[in-house]
Design a protein around this ligand. Structure first.
Ligand code: PXP
Length: 248
């Protein structure tokens, strides 16, 4: 069992702020380089179909300049597949996408599109790009992800992060823990993300199968208060606390 969690910093919302004025700052590439300097293991961007934050050029620039690796989140559509094949990020993470949503609203329905996702997986992997699927903590979706041939899944922690009742939080954590164990037993690598903060990440980092976390909004939000490097430092310390709480 791994006892380190890789932190992938999602810089989408640095671009959100830039796009609010359609100007050149803040630049998600500069944020990505700062995150790396602070010890991030990778950089994540979500190129949305409506280009509300990250632009095509950002993906190329970030891919070019970072020293770690790029995880490209994208919808399973032909336009994005072509961009992925051209940019060749380290990893592609397929996420569901609705234009009207404020952020990704749930995991992928892998079950209903296994053949389609398998074809995308083949195209992407033929270029040496890793292929991951963002799913809810549902064993049926996890089984389908394995059948598609994904190397990893990212468990959606969005619902968990929205809860405030202690009992409900505990229940959701158990669900995520069980899903993580189930996925690892299927030979899938297990990642997690969405809505994580340096408070709620501790219990997630306590789940032994989780190897990698994708965190964006909270880091960018708190960087307004005390800078991105301090926000990342606090997040890393919280993750470390979670790891020390692992039972095995
Ligand atoms: N993982 C996935 C699949 C996502 O779509 C997002 C949001 O872009 C994240 C992780 C990061 O979520 P947050 O910005 O809430 O930390």
């Amino acid at each position: 069992m791994k006892n380190k969690i890789r932190l992938f910093v999602n810089v989408d919302h640095v671009a959100t702020l830039r796009e609010a004025r359609k100007t050149v700052e803040p630049d998600p590439l500069v944020a990505a380089l700062l995150a790396e300097k602070k010890g991030a293991d990778g950089i994540t961007v979500h190129l949305r179909e409506d280009r509300r934050h990250i632009q095509d050029d950002d993906v190329f620039r970030i891919r070019d300049k970072i020293r770690t690796v790029l995880n490209l989140e994208m919808a399973a559509v032909e336009e994005m597949v072509q961009i992925a094949l051209k940019t060749k990020p380290f990893q592609v993470s397929i996420v569901p996408e609705k234009r009207q949503e404020i952020t990704t609203e749930g995991g992928l329905d892998v079950i209903s599109q296994k053949d389609y996702l398998r074809k995308i997986r083949e195209q992407v992997q033929s270029q040496g790009i890793r292929f991951s699927l963002f799913v809810d903590a549902d064993p049926r979706q996890i089984d389908a992800s394995r059948e598609v041939g994904a190397e990893s899944i990212e468990i959606n922690t969005g619902s968990y992060s929205e809860l405030s009742d202690a009992g409900a939080i505990q229940q959701e954590l158990e669900k995520i823990g069980n899903a993580a164990r189930h996925a690892a037993e299927q030979g899938l690598r297990v990642f997690a993300g969405h809505g994580l903060t340096d408070e709620n990440v501790i219990s997630i980092a306590g789940i032994p199968e989780i190897e990698e976390l994708n965190i964006g909004h909270s880091l960018v939000s708190r960087s307004v208060y005390y800078g991105l490097e301090q926000a990342i430092e606090n997040m890393m310390q919280a993750i470390e606390r979670g790891i020390t709480q692992r039972s095995h």
